[in-house]
Design a protein around this ligand. Sequence first.
Ligand code: P6P
Length: 348
Amino acid sequence: MTTTSDSSQQSIRETRPSLERDCMTLSRHVLQHLQSFASDAQDLSALMNRIALAGKLISRHLSRAGLMEGVLGFTGEVNVQGESVKKMDVYANDVFIAVFEQSGLVCRLASEEMDKPYYIPENCPIGRYTLLYDPIDGSSNTDTNLSLGSIFAIRRQEGDDIDGTAQDLLAPGRKQIGAGYILYGPSTMLVYTLGRGVHSFTLDPSLGEFILTEENIQMPEHGSIYSVNEGNFWQWDEPIREYVRYVHRTEGYTARYSGAMVSDIHRVLLQGGVFLYPGTRQKPEGKLRLLYESAPLAYIIEQAGGRATTGHTNILDVVPTKLHQRTPLIIGSKQDVAKVESFIQNGH
Ligand code: P6P
């Protein structure tokens, strides 16, 4: 067997960079990133791997939705949000339960689709983490083959939750120890943070692995994109209408809105700009949920150098009073979020 002397030996990283990249899987990245092999780091790596498995199962189901019975369309039920439930919502929710129930990593699962948190059954191994998630965000896009996503937040259980009301979850987003989303688009991507930057992975179906695509993503301070549903124009308060009139008459802005927040915010993460879903006169609290939509996305965007606010308070500082609490959301590049706030706080 031929050997090379140490001085001439180069690492695979130098001689075969594409092979090195293909070996940077999500679980390896988490351990390398946490610079630790302690049990906490191992648990987080395993937890991220379970989330990746959920993403693969949902991605596979979506990719064949048009070919199978019982995937598209509505169930006929209405969820705790008062929204008609899509069959894909139920399937994706069940996927997260199935991949976590026997994992020994979580004690509870809190989902947009479940009125109360799902407590891991006594006969299953119990972990100290809680996963909060929106299994399918943008489900109105399911039946039209457009992009949609899953959103997740990881929290540690605080205290014993002996009364089973999960009061410890009613804590600000700064308590999140991890967050991210899976984007089901032309490719399936997983974007996550554990508080040490934002990193994106692309699913290679031939390997069945999420492979590192971009590390330590930093978003532009400003971007041309403003992303909002202008169909709600006359339901907004005047300051938001004034902001939209401003971008209409100012050169250099362009509107992008897909109906799936994960897709729109992923674009803002990479290209800069702002996504907003403001409150309305009838619903000042807005449509988007705080604990498993806005807070995890705010964590991602803040870690990438952006900001997320209600218009008055940083999203990560809002203390929820109920699990399915809604919040107005203005999120994106620092300068663009500040511009919207300037209209809200002093009219220009
Ligand atoms: P509208 C999807 O239902 C969602 O929660 C977000 O993903 C999306 O940005 C928003 O609602 C779309 O709501 O009222 O514009 O259709």
